[in-house]
Design a protein around this ligand. Structure first.
Ligand SMILES: Nc1ncnc2c1ncn2[C@@H]1O[C@H](COP(=O)(O)OP(=O)(O)OP(=O)(O)O)[C@@H](O)[C@H]1O
Ligand SMILES: O=C(O)C1=C[C@@H](O)[C@@H](O)[C@H](O)C1
Ligand SMILES: [Mg+2]
Length: 182
């Protein structure tokens, strides 16, 4: 089965800072697939950056837009690697859409590692949900606590901070995600 014929889409889910964008690009190169970042697709569709969408219209509007753009991406023919937004699986039944139209992987990264990464990238990133408080331990604990129920329903859990990418690729093969390595 070649890539086009399989049509399988690979969806990376997980907390902000878990490495969805970084790993997504790596896997896309490895499997010779297109890569898409859902946040970038939302920005393109809205014509404004994510913090501006939150500020102008609020989170509920952002979540509707996110759900709409996700469904458009999922409906496209052909395979891809998609880095979702941190909250994507937790709203508007998006997780069901992902799980019924491709292969979901949760990048499970421990809270202290997330805290360090978010602090290190706070200056350069635009994370409106963190902008008010910064990546406090409390925000991380509460958010991870609330979201784990959704993330935990991914087809695969990948300990992204400790396991090499080769472990995930092997897990994908075992789970039946059949694509050609490059
Ligand atoms: N496996 C890794 N080991 C060490 N650092 C990593 C790893 N993966 C990602 N990072 C670093 O962690 C930070 C966050 O990575 P990335 O932007 O890919 O996460 P993300 O899940 O896409 O975040 P967001 O939800 O904000 O888009 C970046 O500085 C990146 O370089
Ligand atoms: O964790 C979240 O809820 C978010 C993460 C980002 O990827 C963006 O999708 C947005 O800032 C919301
Ligand atoms: Mg990202």
């Amino acid at each position: 089965m070649n890539n086009e014929a399989s049509g399988t889409k690979l969806y990376l889910i997980g907390m902000p800072g878990s490495g969805k964008t970084t790993l997504g690009r790596t896997l896309a190169v490895h499997f010779g697939l297109p890569f898409l970042d859902l946040d970038a697709a939302i920005v393109a569709q809205a014509g404004q950056p994510i913090p501006a969408i939150f500020q102008q219209y609020g989170e509920a509007h952002f979540r509707r837009l996110e759900a709409e753009v996700l469904r458009t991406v999922v409906a496209r023919p052909g395979p891809l690697v998609l880095a979702t937004g941190g909250g994507t699986p937790c709203f508007h039944d998006n997780l069901t859409v992902l799980n019924t139209n491709g292969f979901t992987v949760w990048l499970d990264v421990p809270e202290p590692v997330l805290a360090a990464r978010l602090a290190a990238t706070a200056e350069t990133s635009s994370r409106p949900l963190l902008a008010a408080t910064g990546p406090t331990a409390m925000w991380l604990r509460e958010t991870l606590g609330a979201r784990s129920e959704f993330y935990g329903r991914a087809r695969l859990r990948y300990a992204a901070a400790t396991e090499p990418v080769s472990v995930l690729i092997a897990q994908l093969r075992t789970a039946g995600f059949a694509l050609s390595d490059r």
